[in-house]
Design a protein around this ligand. Structure first.
Ligand code: HEM
Length: 465
């Protein structure tokens, strides 16, 4: 361990503390270690130092402090193969600043947060509604992945996939496997990289690589197809805009724009849509069937404010404050990012009096903030009213940070919030959801991984008259 490093679990030669790290539910282990070791826990991942940030105040602090905004060299499967930090999610420094700005600016120009996005979301939910009308009981897990990808993909690649598209369903399945089998620490292969070579099958590394290669092949093909029909004065989507920038900078040897970079940015956006938003929607249905009284209140409100002759839209938001409270409560009680993606310390620094050397991996628990007993009182209880004041207006809470905070805050927050609002309100306007007779009550314990997802469960669908 480095000198004056925070306390933590025992450290063994070669593997460091990895044997003491859980393969699943890191956020729950961090809750226990907060009591045992304190707010900042020191670890060795093989020979690499890492700190787990388990105390709410410390999490808020590190997510805001400049020197904690790097990303580790190789803690994630998306960096495999290219061996470089590319895209937005796992890059850092000036490269990241330029790529994040570019991505955000052009997604905004193309429709992020504008009425065109609302139209895309509305078209997508109508397809979902049509499918659900034919359905009496729905197996919820992974149901929303394709629809949420479609909204994002319309802006990124100008494409929409049908629900029966077998190739896309395979890719979504591969992505789910990557997210479920991965962890924010990178696991044993990250700590002891030689295992990637000597035991790729045993460690699951080969399977990870196969999935990643498949996904990258898919993105590369889309990009090459775009390139064949590219016209500089007719930019159709984000891929075209990026290709244009790449071509303009082709003589600049310091350019941050490359085909590999575009592949990884596509990966970032595709994965975020398929995993985070779709899992949050599944959690929303989970809490809807577990709390029929909340469903009833939302439906009465929708009947009053929207009625039955039109669909809910974003302009209804100010009059649907209870809906905002329900969505916030779902993201608080079972957030999909229980642990934020790993950060990296970019210079020697200190935290709570401990020394944190440059390049230490930083793993911050959002769960400890969203489920803090002192702040929320009854954090384990699903109670949307906690977000309403005495006049039933939604009240913002500084500790509601499911999208992170600081400079690395989620790039897709606006889009995610809009999809969640339109999907949830349209679903409850059209249907009531309940547990199928004879099905056990679904557990609220999430499936663990890089993101959290609900365990598979079924809902009975009844069309409202
Ligand atoms: C409910 C849905 C979502 C949740 C809860 C969520 C949450 C998060 C969180 C916690 C982070 C990490 C912050 C950090 O590293 O400290 C993040 C980053 C990111 N998110 Fe999301 N996200 C969601 C949806 C989306 C969507 C729809 C997109 C894209 C369209 C997206 C794109 C990104 C990107 C690119 C980053 C990396 C930002 C950076 O490192 O600069 N996310 N998100």
């Amino acid at each position: 361990r480095p000198k004056n490093f925070p306390p933590g679990p025992p450290c063994l030669p070669v593997v460091g503390c990895v044997p003491f790290l859980p393969s699943q539910y890191l956020h729950l282990k961090m809750e226990l270690w907060l009591k045992k070791y304190g707010s900042v826990v020191g670890l060795m991942l093989g020979s690499q130092p890492a700190v787990l940030i388990c105390g709410p105040n410390e999490v808020l602090e590190v997510l805001r402090r400049e020197e904690f905004q790097g990303r580790p060299e190789k803690a994630n499967f998306r960096q495999e193969n290219f061996n470089r930090k590319l895209g937005v999610f796992f890059s850092d420094g000036p490269f990241w600043v330029e790529q994040r700005r570019f991505t955000l600016r052009h997604l905004r120009d193309l429709g992020f947060g504008k009425s065109i996005m609302e139209t895309l979301i509305s078209e997508e939910i109508e397809d979902v509604i049509k499918e659900l009308r034919q359905c009496k009981v729905l197996q919820v897990s992974r149901f929303f992945g394709l629809s949420t990808v479609n909204v994002i993909w319309a802006l990124v690649a100008g494409t929409r996939y049908s629900r029966g598209d077998a190739r896309l369903q395979d890719l979504l399945h591969a992505l789910t496997r990557l997210f479920r089998s991965g962890s924010q620490t990178g696991g044993i292969v990250n700590a002891v990289p030689i295992l990637k070579i000597i035991a790729p099958q045993v460690t699951g590394h080969q399977e990870t690589l196969d999935h990643v290669t498949n996904l990258k092949f898919f993105f590369r093909n889309i990009i090459r197809e775009h390139d064949k029909t590219f016209k500089e004065n007719d930019l159709r989507d984000f891929i075209d805009v990026y290709l244009k920038e790449m071509k303009h900078q082709s003589d600049n040897e310091n350019s941050t724009f490359s085909e590999d970079g575009l592949i990884i940015t596509c990966f970032d956006l595709f994965a975020a849509g398929a995993e985070s938003v779709s899992n949050t929607l599944s959690f929303t249905l989970l809490y809807t069937v577990l709390h029929p009284e909340v469903q009833g209140t939302v439906q009465r409100l929708l009947d009053d404010v929207v009625g039955k002759d039109r669909r809910p839209c974003l302009a209804d938001r100010p009059r649907l404050q209870y809906v905002e409270a329900v969505l916030a409560e779902v993201m608080r009680i079972n957030t999909v990012a229980a642990v934020a993606p790993a950060h990296r310390v970019t210079q020697d620094t200190t935290l709570n009096g401990y020394s944190i050397p440059k390049d230490t991996t930083v793993i911050a628990s959002l769960w400890c903030i969203l489920r803090d007993k002192e702040h929320w009182g009854d954090p384990e209880v699903f109670r949307p009213e906690r977000f309403l004041d005495e006049n039933d207006n939604f009240v913002k809470d500084e500790w509601m940070i499911p999208f992170g905070i600081g400079r690395r805050t989620c790039l897709g927050e606006l889009m995610a919030r809009n999809i969640l609002f339109i999907f949830y309100t349209t679903l409850l306007q059209e249907f009531s959801f309940s547990l199928p007779v004879g099905d056990p009550e679904p557990s609220t314990l999430c499936l663990s991984g890089i993101t959290s997802a609900p365990q598979p469960f079924r809902v009975k669908i009844t069309r409202r008259s």
